[in-house]
Ligand binder design. Structure first.
Ligand SMILES: NC(=O)c1ccc[n+]([C@@H]2O[C@H](COP(=O)([O-])OP(=O)(O)OC[C@H]3O[C@@H](n4cnc5c(N)ncnc54)[C@H](OP(=O)(O)O)[C@@H]3O)[C@@H](O)[C@H]2O)c1
Length: 328
C-alpha cells in the first residue's frame, strides 16, 4: 500500500525558484473529503502570486500550490456519496494541486467529461469557466456583436476568444506578439491587434469602423485599460477580469457616462461558490461545444513536478500560450 506522495512545496514567500519537490506522508481524507491520484494540475496566474504571499488569501506555510486538478478518486472520506473510488474527476482546491496526490472537498469534485484527456480536464474549468461566466452571465454577449479580448493568447484570454467565436461574436484578439496572434486566429479570432507594435486605439477604430467593440474582456489591466475603455462602443460592457500586467488601473468616471457603457466585475471563484448549479450548467454547455467540435482547448505545454518553477516562470515572462499543466 502507498504511504508516501511527492509534492511541490513552498516554505517561504518568494520567486518560483524557491519551491522544492519533497516526499511527504500520504494524507488521509477527512469526513466529506476524497483523496485523489492527481494526473494533471492546471497552472494559473494566481499561482505565481500565491507563492509570493501577494494573492487574495495567504495559505499557512509550508504549502503546495495548485488549485485545479484532474485525476482519479483513490480513497473516500466518511460520508462521501457523490463519487466512487476509481472515478475520473476534476477538482477545485484552494492549494495542494502540484502533487501526485491531493485531498479535495467532495462537494468541489465534478465528474470528468470522457471526451477530455487529464491534461485538458485540468486546463478547462478555471479559465473556460471564468470566460463563459464573464461573456454570457456578466456581459450578455450576443451573436453578431464585436468582442475585443486583451491578453488574448493567455489562459483566460484564449478561452474568451474560443467562447466568443462559439457564441457567434466577431472576435478581435489583442496580444503582445505576432506569434501569439497567429494562435488566436487558429482559435477563432477574426481580427488581431499587436499592442506591442501597433497603436491600440487607432487599430480598434479601424477594425470597428469607428463604432468600437460591444464587449471588452480585460485580464491584463495596467496601461492597456484606459485606452481600451476609451475605444468601447455605445452601450458597451467592459469586463474587469484581472491584472496580469501588475498595476490595477483607475478610470475617470466620465468615460462610462459618455459611452452609456458599463464596467462589469468578474469573480468566477465566488460565482462558482454561490451558484454551483449555474457554474455546472456553463461547463456543460462548453462540453457540448467540444463534442460538436465548436470549441477545442489548447494545452500548449506540460511540465513534471520538478518543472513547476519553470512553468510559473514561463507564465510570468509571458511565454505561455493557452494553458500549461503539470503532470506528476
Ligand atoms: N476574475 C476572475 O474570476 C479570474 C479568473 C481567472 C484568472 N483571472 C486573472 O486573469 C489574469 C490572467 O490569468 P491567466 O491565467 O490567463 O494568465 P496568463 O495565461 O499568464 O495570461 C495573461 C496574459 O497577460 C498578458 N500580460 C501583459 N503583461 C503581463 C505581465 N507583466 N505578466 C504576465 N502577463 C502579462 C500576456 O499576454 P501578452 O504577452 O500578449 O501581453 C499573457 O498572455 C490574472 O490576473 C488572473 O488572476 C481572473
Amino acid at each position: 500500500m502507498e504511504t508516501e506522495m511527492t509534492a511541490v512545496r513552498c516554505h517561504t514567500w518568494g520567486q518560483p525558484e524557491t519551491l522544492s519537490v519533497e516526499t511527504l506522508p500520504l494524507p488521509q481524507p477527512g469526513a466529506a473529503e476524497v483523496l485523489l491520484r492527481v494526473r494533471a494540475a492546471g497552472v494559473n496566474f494566481p499561482d505565481t502570486l500565491i507563492i509570493q504571499g501577494k494573492y487574495q488569501f495567504r495559505p499557512e506555510l509550508p504549502f503546495t500550490p495548485g488549485s485545479e486538478v484532474a485525476g482519479e478518486v483513490q480513497q473516500l472520506g466518511e460520508g462521501v456519496t457523490n463519487v466512487q473510488v476509481g472515478d475520473r474527476v476534476i477538482a477545485f482546491l484552494s492549494t495542494g494541486g502540484y502533487a501526485t496526490h491531493a485531498v479535495a472537498v467532495a462537494a468541489q469534485v465534478l465528474p470528468m467529461p470522457p471526451e477530455l484527456s487529464f491534461e485538458e480536464a485540468a486546463a478547462f474549468t478555471l479559465a473556460s469557466g471564468t470566460s463563459y461566466h464573464a461573456l454570457v452571465d456578466r456581459a450578455g454577449l450576443k451573436a453578431g456583436e464585436t468582442l475585443l479580448v486583451l491578453g488574448a493568447a493567455g489562459g483566460v484570454g484564449l478561452s474568451a476568444v474560443q467562447i466568443g467565436h462559439a457564441l457567434g461574436a466577431r472576435v478581435i484578439a489583442a496580444a503582445g506578439s505576432d506569434e501569439k496572434l497567429a494562435i488566436c486566429r487558429e482559435n477563432g479570432a477574426d481580427e488581431t491587434i499587436n499592442y506591442s507594435s501597433e497603436d491600440l486605439r487607432a487599430r480598434i477604430k479601424e477594425l470597428t469602423g469607428g463604432k468600437g467593440p460591444d464587449v471588452i474582456y480585460d485580464p491584463v489591466g495596467g496601461a492597456l485599460a484606459e485606452p481600451a475603455f476609451r475605444s468601447i462602443g455605445w452601450g458597451g460592457r467592459y469586463l474587469v477580469v484581472g491584472f496580469a500586467a501588475g498595476d490595477i488601473p483607475s478610470l475617470p468616471l466620465n468615460l462610462p457616462l459618455l459611452k452609456g457603457a458599463s464596467l462589469v466585475g468578474v469573480f468566477w471563484g465566488e460565482f462558482a461558490r454561490r451558484d454551483p448549479r449555474g457554474n455546472a450548467r456553463n461547463l456543460q454547455t462548453m462540453i457540448g461545444w467540444m463534442k460538436e467540435g465548436k470549441m477545442k482547448l489548447l494545452v500548449s505545454g506540460t511540465y513534471r513536478l520538478e518543472g513547476a518553477a519553470q512553468a510559473l516562470r514561463d507564465l510570468e515572462e509571458r511565454k505561455v500560450t493557452g494553458k500549461v499543466v503539470i503532470v506528476p
